[in-house]
Write a protein that binds this ligand. Structure first.
Ligand code: DAH
Length: 352
């Protein structure tokens, strides 16, 4: 009797100190140690329960209740500290693993740029680095810019070659059939010299097949100056661009007489090439010629329509963007460039 009474009183006396000690615990290891000391197999509280064994029912209840109270208080205190520690750990973890949403994304797993977009960007960079202006023009044009000012007046037979989409309800408004109309816009500004390129969409009423699409992109180049420019300058410009685009040093270019109403003389541009593994490989030692561009010296009538008079020289040229991309990458069907087949997009896409 005396034994149990003294032990329980001693436990009650120590309770506050133990609870303070529990509150101060800074790790689960420390808590476990205290728990073992008090509530473990041979802990102080557990031992007191052991002492209840030989007591009468009434005493068992009396002292049992007091020991249980101590036990519950200790368990509560332990639980509260555990919860507090877990919260702290979580905050620490969140702090450590915080994602900085302002950091740049390493974009090698997500989307890619479509090959047409990335090649157009590359071409623009090339020209900008050489001091050309890169300008855009509207895709919906009037026939003055698309035809008349380019020396193709209303009944000029050359117009028949351009199967044009006209805009319903408007007299002379159309989807441009060529980027040459941006030449006109640049020249009408009247500031010389001009060194410009324009790259954009053009439209023709063509049935879709392996080499045709009703929408395709063109690159237009124009250089105009008051001091003399000749076919040699044009050719050198073409060689520079072709070497840069196809990433080859030794390019051989041949100019063949041709006709474009807005050039005099007009010419078709061929490049030497050979076939390597079914792909076209441009090289000055190639045994075949490939037509790659249209070009010429600006026709005097075009200068006249654009309000440029006096001594003036100019040359212009155009490339089909899809065509040169297809040649460079061994793509045989233009439709592959517009398909939404994820495998093709993945394969031909370029890192952004
Ligand atoms: N605009 C012509 C076409 O779409 C291509 C062209 C040929 C543009 C000769 C030029 C050039 O600037 O000089 O067929």
């Amino acid at each position: 009797m005396v034994g149990i009474s003294a032990s329980v009183t001693a436990l009650e006396k120590n309770l506050e100190t133990w609870i303070l000690a529990i509150d101060k615990c800074g790790s689960t290891k420390e808590i476990d140690e205290i728990r073992r000391n008090l509530l473990g197999k041979t802990g102080h509280v557990t031992n007191a329960f052991g002492e209840l064994k030989g007591l009468s029912v009434d005493d068992k209840k009396l002292y049992g209740d007091r020991v249980n109270k101590i036990k519950f208080s200790l368990e509560d205190a332990i639980l509260n500290v555990k919860i507090k520690l877990e919260k702290l750990q979580m905050l620490e973890k969140l702090d450590k693993e915080a994602v900085d949403v302002t950091l740049p994304v390493i974009n090698n797993r997500f989307g890619k740029l479509h090959i047409i977009t990335s090649e157009i960007r590359r071409i623009k960079q090339y020209y900008q680095s050489r001091g050309f202006s890169v300008i855009d023009g509207p895709e919906v044009e009037t026939d003055f810019f698309n035809f008349d000012a380019l020396n193709m007046p209303k009944h000029h037979p050359a117009r028949q070659n351009h199967d044009t989409f006209y805009i319903d309800g408007f007299d002379a408004v159309l989807l441009r059939t060529q980027t040459s109309c941006v030449q006109v816009r640049a020249m009408l500004e009247g500031k010389l010299p001009i060194r410009m390129v324009s790259i954009g969409k053009t439209y023709r009423r063509d049935a879709t097949d392996a080499t045709h699409s009703p929408m395709f992109h063109q690159l237009e180049g124009l250089v105009v100056d008051r001091s003399p420019l000749n076919i040699g300058h044009l050719k050198s410009e073409l060689v520079k661009f072709i070497s840069s685009f196809f990433e080859v040093d030794n390019v051989a270019v041949r100019l063949r007489p041709s006709f474009f109403p807005f050039t005099e003389p007009g010419m078709e541009v061929d490049c030497r090439y050979s076939k390597k593994d079914g792909k076209v490989a441009l090289s000055s030692t190639g045994d075949k010629w490939l037509e790659i561009s249209g070009a010429g010296m600006v026709h005097p009538n075009v200068f006249k329509y654009c309000g440029i008079h006096g001594e003036v020289y100019g040359f212009a040229y155009a490339f089909g963007i899809e065509r040169i991309i297809m040649l460079k990458n061994g793509i045989n069907d233009i439709r592959d460039l517009y398909s939404s087949d994820k495998r093709a997009l993945q394969y031909y896409g370029r890192p952004a």
